[in-house]
Design a protein around this ligand. Structure first.
Ligand SMILES: Nc1ncnc2c1ncn2[C@@H]1O[C@H](COP(=O)(O)OP(=O)(O)OP(=O)(O)O)[C@@H](O)[C@H]1O
Ligand SMILES: [Mg+2]
Length: 332
């Protein structure tokens, strides 16, 4: 069964088409991700799925319910962790969850046990009675995620769950998301502009750019579709390397060689077969290889190949927005 299904979903803001005719489906139990740069239309799509925005045209079903016609049922079946944290800084962690539990109409006699359960899952039990103002960014995000789990939703929506956090904290949050996925058997839809995040978390990824889904596939298939591996090697400078280069070019699988002083980058297929051949040639010509490594293409390479540009890690924009939101809260 599909837990997310869209047909020709479109959202325009005046002349701007933020989400442009997208159709895809996500199966029960999948972790599905939208990978795309700032302004790609990720949050807009998620706001439609979570009934906070109405589509201009097209259809979206969540857990079998139509986001326009059955908005109430959709809301009962989803958890939504927004891009900006929504926790109240002047309440404790536990008080925030209590508020959230009441908003979600969780039966009174179950509230405490549910809160204990999610606090344990995201490992905040020992900090639950401290005011959130003392929490780090990562802890706030974890509390936010915990709030989205209290009512045991079927589908969890996470909008850029780790944006603005350092890489260690990000990895930690990925672990929690994976744990939630297993323990609650949840379908998870996540948006991100971090390659590594999409790669680490998602069963399948849709690459989104300018409101369109450019491609949907597993991270593995996407990387393999490029069909190349990269061999980097550094040679000793004491011998003449020209004949070495000429011989390397003759190896059948090598498609391109970039030369940067003593560092050679070989774009190739069948890398594991090519490496022994490189050593044969180097020993024949008495060339010393100081280092050699074989790497797989990354999702960065994939992203560029589908969109024609690099993904931008525009955290500065995010931080500005976060400051703005904070100022607004303080003025209230
Ligand atoms: N309420 C709105 N009114 C007008 N334009 C909007 C509105 N919300 C979003 N947009 C525009 O729609 C486009 C998609 O925005 P969206 O927030 O969905 O992108 P995103 O992929 O989530 O980007 P980010 O990585 O910055 O969060 C952008 O050009 C944005 O400026
Ligand atoms: Mg967004």
């Amino acid at each position: 069964m599909y837990f997310i299904e869209t047909k020709s979903l479109t959202k325009s803001f005046g002349d701007l088409v933020a989400v442009n005719d997208i159709s895809f489906s996500v199966e029960k139990g999948e972790i599905f991700g939208f990978l795309g740069p700032n302004g790609a239309g990720k949050s807009t799509t998620m706001m439609i799925f979570t009934t906070l925005l109405k589509p201009t045209s097209g259809k979206a079903l969540i857990a079998g319910f139509d986001v326009t016609k059955d908005a109430k049922q959709v809301r009962e079946n989803i958890g939504f962790v927004q891009q900006e944290t929504t926790v109240d800084e002047y309440l404790t962690g536990r008080e925030n969850l209590l508020l959230q539990a009441k908003l979600n109409h969780i039966p009174k006699n179950e509230i405490n046990q549910r809160i204990d359960e999610v606090l344990e899952l995201i490992e905040l039990s020992d900090k639950q009675d401290q005011a959130v103002v003392t929490y780090s960014g990562g802890m706030r995000k974890r509390l936010d995620i915990a709030g989205g789990l209290l009512h045991h939703p079927k589908v969890l929506f996470l909008d850029e769950p780790t944006v603005g956090l350092d890489i260690q904290t990000r990895r930690k949050i990925w672990q929690y998301i994976k744990k939630i996925h297993v323990e609650f058997e949840m379908t998870i839809f996540v948006t991100t502009h971090y390659m590594e995040e999409a790669d680490s978390l998602c069963d399948r990824i849709g690459i989104m750019d300018h409101g369109k889904i450019q491609v949907i596939d597993t991270p593995e298939n996407m990387k393999n579709a490029l069909g190349n591996e990269i061999i980097s090697l550094v040679v000793d400078g004491s011998n003449n390397n020209n004949s070495f280069l000429e011989e390397l070019k003759k190896i059948e699988f090598i498609k391109k060689i970039n030369e940067d002083d003593l560092k050679l980058t070989l774009f190739t297929s069948n890398g594991t077969e090519v490496i022994p051949k490189i050593f044969q040639i180097s020993s024949k010509l008495d060339i010393k290889i100081n280092s050699i490594s074989l790497t797989q293409p990354t999702l960065d390479d994939v992203f560029i190949s589908y969109t024609g540009h690099e993904i931008r890690d525009d955290d500065s924009k995010y931080n500005r927005r976060r400051e703005h939101a904070k100022m607004k809260r303080l003025r209230q």
